[in-house]
Design a protein around this ligand. Structure first.
Ligand SMILES: [Cu+2]
Length: 179
């Protein structure tokens, strides 16, 4: 093989590798800017052994709540093998903050059909914010294998439009799973 043939071959494979890297970089840039897909970044620790006496994640404080400033926060405990609460109402076209934690093992948090997706690691609070643009139901399955009952672990997110969104005087709102 001549020097020239080797040089051409090296240049060709160099160009192919550069093209592949360029495509991967473009996928990251487009998905983060245009589709708002980012790695979760909230680092906040919590004692997983005292969740039921912790005032924020005590059972009576779980679910959807409108804060005094009008923002909406949803607090969820992911535990073997259910989400508490199992039915989660949220308003359409308003920013919703989800705060999720686990008292036992690693669970997954995914709102199907949206970009809301994070791991729920015991000892940490997973937090994410999103806005739902259309009313309707989203399945919310656990997507980290967490034990024998993993496949039964899911909840329902109900996006309610203005007429259906009726929090009570304390700002709480809940819903029931269809049977
Ligand atoms: Cu799970």
């Amino acid at each position: 093989m001549s020097e020239e043939t080797i040089r051409r071959s090296e240049l060709m494979w160099g160009a192919i590798a550069a093209f592949a890297v360029g495509i991967m970089a473009a996928v990251i840039v487009v998905s983060s800017f245009a589709m708002a897909i980012h790695p979760p970044s909230n680092v906040e620790t919590i004692d997983p052994t005292t969740l039921n006496t912790n005032s924020e994640f005590a059972e009576s404080n779980l679910g959807t709540r409108v804060n005094p400033d009008g923002s909406v926060t949803v607090r969820i405990v992911a535990t073997q093998f259910e989400f508490l609460p199992r039915c989660i109402p949220v308003p359409k076209d308003r920013q919703v903050t989800f705060r999720v934690t686990s008292p036992d093992v690693i669970h997954g948090f995914l709102i199907a059909g949206t970009n809301a997706n994070t791991m729920v690691v015991p000892g940490y609070v997973a937090q994410l914010r999103t806005v739902f643009g259309t009313a309707g139901d989203h399945l919310m399955p656990c997507h980290e294998f967490c034990g024998l009952g993993h496949s039964e672990m899911w909840a329902l997110v109900k996006v309610l439009d203005g007429a259906q969104w009726k929090p009570d005087s304390s700002g709480k709102i809940s819903c029931e799973l269809p049977r």
